[in-house]
Ligand binder design. Structure first.
Ligand code: HEC
Length: 512
C-alpha cells in the first residue's frame, strides 16, 4: 500500500472513531435537525451541552426569548437587529451574501440544516468577514461559511460563548477566532483552507476546544497568549502544523499557560505552508504535529501523533523560531512543559535542515518524535527512552504530574461577568475588525486611505457616520463601499470618531 493510501486509511479510521465518539455523545449534544426544530426551551437546554465537564456556566440564565426566522433572500442582519437578548435568530437553508455583526448580549445565531442543505454564508471572495460579534453569551451554530477573505467567525471581548457545529471552508485568514474572551466552547466544527490558524484562541481565558476537525490549513488549532485552555478530542491532519500553542511577542497580553493538549489525533500535517509571507505561521515548518513556543505549563497527553514529516512535537523558545522579534516584556522560554504518554509513529522522516543538523550532531538517522530547541526549565517527558528525541538535554525523564484525568475542563462554574466595552473601545473594535479590512492608513486598499478620509472629514465624525450608513458612489476608480447600516447610530459615530484619530501604525507588531 502506498503512503497516501495508508494515510487515507488512517484518516478514515480516525474519522470513524471520531464519529463513533460523537454519536456516543449525541445524548447530550442536540443533532442539528433536532436543535432546529426544538422549542426555545430546548435550545436553552442544548446550550450548555457538550464539553468534557459541566458547561452550566455557558447558560445565559435568562428565560429563553423568541425565535426569529430568516429565510433565503432575507438578511440575517435584519433579524439580528430586531433580536433582543435571549432571542434566537434561526437561519433556514439558502445562500446569504452578507457580514453579520452581533453587538448585543445573549443572542443565538443558529442554522437549520435540512439533509445536505446548510444555511450558507458566501463571501464570494470579496467580503472580509462572515460573523463578527462583540456581545457576551453569543452562540453561533450550524452555519456553513465559505469564500471570505478575513475571518469566518470572529469574537472580540465576548465572554461565555459557544461556537459549535459550523462548517468553514476557504474563509480567509482565521476560521474561528475568539479574542479577548473568557469562558467559551468551540466544538464539533470542521474547518479547511484557512491561511493562518483555523481555530485561533487569541488572548483569552478558560476556553475548551473539542471534537473539531481541521485539515488543509496552515495551522490547525492555535492557542496564543491565552490561559487555561484544553484542546481535546480533535482531529488535525494535512495542515502545515497541527496544534500550536504560542506566546506571540508584541501583543498586549504577554503570557500563555495552563494549556492541556490531549486525546487528539495529529496526523500527517505535511501540507505546504501557504501562510502570508512574514507572518509568524509562515515560519511553521510544514510537517510538524505540535509546536509549543514559549508557552508555560503545557501538558501534552494521550495524543496520536504520527506521519508528521518534520517532527512530532517541537518545543521552542522565541529566538529559535523564524519570523519572531522578541518582546522584552514576554518570557521567551517554554517552561514546565510535560510530555506524558502519547502514541508516536513515523514522525520526522523528512525534517527541515535545522533538525537534520541536530540529527547529525546527535549521530542519529532517526527523525524526532520530540525536539526541544533553545531555553526553558522544568520540562519533562514521562519516559524519555521510549521516544526519539533531540535536544532534550535539561529535560527530566519522569514528570511530577502523570495524568490530567483530574482536570475535566477549565470552563468556569459560573458565567464570567460580561465585559462592558466603553464607546471608544467599541469604535476601535469595529474599525479594526470591519473597516481596516478595506481602509489602510496611508496606502490604497479596497477603499481610499484613512489619511485621505481624515483630511476630508476633519472635525466632522458625524459626516462619516452618516456616509457609512448609506454610502454613495464617489470615486470612479473604486468599487462602491458596502453600507454599514447594521451598526447603530451610536456605533457609527464611535467608529467614525476612532477613524479620525487613528495614526500611522507602528512597524508591524509581530502579530500573526
Ligand atoms: C469592503 C470594503 C470596505 C469596508 C469594509 C469599508 N469601506 Fe469605507 N470605503 C470603501 C470604498 C471602496 C470606498 C470608496 C467609495 C467611493 O469612493 O465610491 C470607501 C469610502 C469610505 C469613505 C469616504 C467617503 C467619502 O466621502 O469619500 C469613508 C468615510 C469610509 N469609507 C469609512 C468607512 C468606515 C468607517 C468603515 C467601517 C465601518 C468602512 N469605511 C468600511 C470600502 C470599504
Amino acid at each position: 500500500m502506498n503512503k497516501k493510501a495508508i494515510v487515507s486509511l488512517v484518516v478514515v479510521a480516525v474519522l470513524a472513531a471520531a464519529a463513533g465518539y460523537l454519536y456516543a455523545r449525541r445524548s447530550v449534544v442536540a443533532a442539528p435537525q433536532v436543535a432546529a426544530q426544538s422549542t426555545s426551551a430546548g435550545l436553552a437546554a442544548a446550550r450548555g451541552a457538550g464539553a468534557g465537564g459541566s458547561t452550566a456556566s455557558l447558560e445565559t440564565g435568562r428565560p429563553a426569548g423568541k425565535i426569529i426566522t430568516v429565510k433565503a433572500g432575507e438578511a440575517i442582519q435584519s433579524a439580528v437587529a430586531a433580536a433582543q437578548p435571549g432571542d434566537t435568530v434561526q437561519v433556514l437553508p439558502g445562500t446569504y451574501h452578507e457580514t453579520v455583526y452581533i453587538d448585543k448580549d445573549d443572542i443565538a445565531l443558529v442554522g437549520v440544516i435540512h439533509g445536505a442543505d446548510w444555511p450558507t454564508l458566501d463571501g464570494e471572495r470579496k467580503r472580509n468577514d462572515a460573523v463578527l460579534y462583540s456581545g457576551n453569551g453569543i452562540r453561533v451554530e450550524n452555519l456553513k461559511i465559505v469564500n471570505f477573505k478575513g475571518n469566518a467567525i470572529m469574537g472580540q471581548a465576548g465572554n461565555n460563548f459557544i461556537i459549535r457545529h459550523n462548517w468553514i471552508a476557504n474563509a480567509g485568514v482565521y476560521g474561528i477566532f475568539p479574542e479577548f474572551a473568557q469562558n467559551g466552547l468551540i466544538e464539533h466544527n470542521i474547518l479547511t483552507g484557512i491561511e493562518d490558524a483555523a481555530i485561533y484562541v487569541g488572548m483569552s481565558d478558560n476556553i475548551h476546544v473539542a471534537h473539531n476537525e481541521v485539515y488543509g490549513n496552515v495551522a490547525g488549532i492555535e492557542v496564543e497568549n491565552s490561559r487555561h485552555v484544553i484542546v481535546e478530542h480533535n482531529l488535525a491532519y494535512d495542515n502545515a502544523g497541527g496544534i500550536l500553542t504560542f506566546i506571540t511577542p508584541g501583543l498586549p497580553i504577554k503570557t500563555t499557560f495552563d494549556v492541556i493538549i490531549r486525546d487528539n489525533f495529529v496526523v500527517a500535517n505535511n501540507h505546504k505552508n501557504f501562510g502570508a509571507p512574514g507572518s509568524i505561521v509562515s515560519g511553521v515548518p510544514s510537517g510538524t504535529g505540535v509546536i509549543v513556543m514559549a508557552a508555560d505549563d503545557v501538558i501534552i497527553e494521550n495524543n496520536v501523533i504520527r506521519d508528521n514529516k518534520n517532527a512530532g512535537i517541537i518545543v521552542a523558545d522565541h529566538k529559535s523560531f523564524a519570523n519572531i522579534t522578541p518582546d522584552p516584556e514576554a518570557d521567551p522560554n517554554p517552561d514546565r512543559v510535560s510530555v506524558l504518554w502519547n502514541l508516536f509513529a513515523n514522525n520526522g522522516y523528512e525534517p527541515i535542515t535545522e533538525i537534520k543538523a541536530l540529527m547529525v550532531a546527535a549521530l542519529t538517522r532517526e527523525g524526532p518524535d520530540l525536539v526541544a530547541v533553545g531555553g526553558g526549565t522544568g520540562n519533562c517527558v514521562l519516559d524519555k527512552g521510549a521516544l526519539k528525541t533531540l535536544g532534550l538535554g535539561s529535560w527530566a525523564s519522569g514528570c511530577a504530574k502523570t495524568s490530567t484525568a483530574d482536570i475535566a475542563t477549565y470552563l468556569l462554574d459560573k458565567p464570567a461577568p460580561p465585559r462592558v466595552l466603553k464607546a471608544e473601545d467599541r469604535g476601535k473594535l469595529i474599525y479594526s475588525s470591519v473597516c481596516a479590512g478595506c481602509h489602510a492608513y496611508n496606502v490604497r486598499m479596497i477603499g481610499p486611505p484613512t489619511q485621505v478620509i481624515q483630511a476630508m472629514y476633519a472635525g466632522n465624525p458625524q459626516g462619516i457616520a452618516d456616509y457609512i450608513a448609506n454610502p454613495t458612489k464617489k470615486r470612479e476608480d473604486f468599487p462602491p463601499m458596502p453600507p454599514q447600516g447594521h451598526l447603530s447610530a451610536d456605533l457609527r459615530l464611535a467608529v467614525a470618531t476612532y477613524m479620525l484619530g487613528v495614526s500611522q501604525p507602528k512597524p508591524p507588531a509581530a502579530a500573526n
